[in-house]
Design a protein around this ligand. Structure first.
Ligand code: FMN
Length: 328
């Protein structure tokens, strides 16, 4: 199952293995791609991965999590990013890039958020977003999507998870607005629908969500499904299911595949390819999840940090890169 290929739009994806987006914090303070990123993504793509999602990349200068995030808020970023996209393709994987704005979780001095409620990690002064600023950020996402296309990415992933700006709007904990954006789905809806106008229809689109906040005051899986149901998902090909991040969890049991119950619910509620995962660190657990219909593909994060060649090692029949064949 894990090594089974499938067709989606014009793409044949060679298996159901997805490299999860993981911030590496190895850029400079202007968001440019470095040699590290080229080597990091190239070597992981050589390891037999179907889809490689480049880490959360900031659509606005003040949307960075840290001053070492990758950026896509300037035309000048396109060149370096295009090297990542072409390296990933050359190594046989499909390149995605995750588009993010950190909102109240940004390190920057001028922090914006849906409401003036600080991130739990600090008590920075926040600027509550006016509708003008909201429109500007939506426009930043749109411009970032255009740049991702120019850079040669086949897919974009909108980061609506982990307590960053979009999920701050989705959460009753961080969104106490009284205007139309009190509708928890609206910011995400406008971003998705605006991006759909510029992102080529033949290319792929994903949304990453946190399925729950693990907190009695936060959103639940049911709320997330309601939010997704209010959005026109016709050109959205994937929902990538994670959890948490906006507030310290009240109760969470970390164990292999602990998020799969959520991906399963989203899969049965929506007609879309669902990527699930979290603490899945071997082939058997991943395959079991697919067989039990918990999701359609599996993301792997930390496993690929420690062992980029894991999948080649466990399945010697895989199409090994020519240069490595003698290592089989
Ligand atoms: C170093 C590191 C950086 C991460 N950065 C991101 C990120 O940029 N975007 C995101 O959606 N998730 C991020 N995550 C979460 C991973 O995508 C993934 O959901 C998480 O690591 C759980 O999967 P795993 O158990 O296979 O590692 C990060 C995780 C790690 C370990």
């Amino acid at each position: 199952m894990l090594f089974e290929k499938y067709k989606i739009k014009q793409f044949i994806v060679k298996n159901r293995i997805v490299m999860a987006p993981m911030c590496m914090y190895q850029s400079d303070n202007c968001g440019f791609v470095k040699e590290f990123h080229k080597a990091h993504y190239y070597s992981r793509s050589l390891g037999g991965i179907g889809i490689v999602i480049v880490e959360a990349t900031s659509v606005s200068e003040n949307g960075r999590i840290s001053d070492r995030d990758l950026g896509i808020w300037r035309e000048e970023h396109v060149h370096g990013l295009s090297q990542l996209a072409s390296n990933i393709k050359e190594a046989g994987a499909i390149p995605f890039i995750q588009l993010n704005h950190a909102g109240r979780k940004s390190f920057s001095k001028k922090v914006i958020a849906p409401s003036s409620i600080s991130n739990y990690r600090d008590d920075k002064v926040l600027e509550k977003m006016t509708t003008k600023i909201i429109d500007e950020v939506i426009d930043d996402f749109v411009k970032a999507a255009i740049r991702a296309d120019k850079a040669g990415f086949d897919g974009i992933e909108i980061h609506a998870a982990h307590g960053y700006l979009i999920s701050q709007f989705m959460s009753p904990i961080s969104n106490k607005r009284k205007d139309e954006y009190s509708n928890k789905h609206l910011f995400l809806k406008r971003i998705v629908e605006s991006i759909q106008r510029v992102w080529p229809k033949k290319k792929l689109m994903s949304i990453r969500v946190s399925a729950t906040e693990y907190h009695p005051d936060g959103f639940t899986i049911k709320d997330v499904i309601d939010i997704l149901n209010k959005i026109d998902l016709k050109n959205v090909d994937y929902i990538n299911v994670s959890s948490g991040g906006n507030i310290p969890p009240k109760k969470i049991k970390l164990k292999t595949g602990y998020q799969l119950e959520f991906s399963k619910k989203i899969k049965s509620a929506l007609n879309v390819h669902v990527i699930g995962g979290g603490l899945i660190s071997n082939y058997n657990s991943a395959n079991r999840a697919l067989k039990r219909n918990k999701c359609d593909s599996i993301f792997f994060g930390r496993l690929l940090l420690r062992d980029p060649m894991y999948f080649l090692r466990i399945k010697k029949g895989l199409d090994w890169p020519q240069a490595y064949k003698r290592g089989k």
